[in-house]
Design a protein around this ligand. Structure first.
Ligand code: MLT
Length: 205
């Protein structure tokens, strides 16, 4: 069992009853501080749980190993997704928070997608910002209507359109309720991402 202390993380308690806790998952080279402001903008008053990825690539934290850009070490993806699931379970117990909605950007969105497929009970839903298919042969997950917002960039040089479309299909086929929007953006986030995520989470119980 993974001790939650194995992850460096930040936790901010919620201040608004009923607001879903958010699991914030940063992109390559980020850390546990990066997405706290985004979390606050998307869902003011939500508890924020924000771990730092435990894999280092040339000193840059990530959530799993990759062999090249867009080519993942899938054994590591599986292992790290389970490790993250154990962290979430421990943190929920210690902090007394409900199932979180993941908010992941780039590498953080990819591990969130892997977590949904490997350990669906870890999350109430997910906002996946610039995500791609994390596993070529994922387990048969039962997502039972879990809400997923997938926001892709039309001109994203890292995530080809066919890849994000495939992820949307994969999650829908597993039973998730997927809302996939393609924005006039690249890999970086835009103001539209924040607005859409905020509106979407307002409709999630
Ligand atoms: C990944 O490695 O997860 C993706 O290529 C996104 C990135 O981190 O650049």
């Amino acid at each position: 069992m993974t001790d939650e202390t194995a992850f460096t993380y930040r936790f901010e308690p919620g201040s608004k009853p009923g607001a879903p806790p958010l699991l914030l998952l940063h992109g390559t080279g980020g850390d546990e501080n990066d997405l706290l402001p985004l979390g606050g903008m998307i869902s003011p008053g939500s508890a924020l749980l924000s771990p730092r990825g435990r894999v280092l690539e040339h000193g840059m934290p990530r959530f799993f190993r990759r062999l090249a850009e867009g080519v993942f070490d899938e054994d590591d993806v599986r292992k790290r997704a389970l490790e993250l699931g154990a962290f979430v379970a421990d943190a929920r117990q210690r902090r007394g928070i409900a199932q979180p909605v993941a908010v992941g950007f780039s590498n953080g969105a990819n591990i969130a997608a892997a977590l949904l497929l490997m350990k669906p009970d870890a999350l109430a839903g997910a906002i996946l910002l610039r995500a791609m298919v994390p596993l070529s042969d994922p387990p048969q997950a039962k997502l039972n209507g879990k809400p997923v917002l997938l926001l892709s960039g039309q001109a994203d040089p890292i995530v080809p359109a066919h890849n994000s479309a495939k992820l949307a299909t994969l999650l829908s086929d597993a039973g998730a309720h997927v809302d996939h929007k393609i924005l006039p953006a690249g890999h970086q986030l835009s103001q539209a991402d924040v607005m859409l995520a905020r509106d979407w989470i307002g409709g999630v119980d």
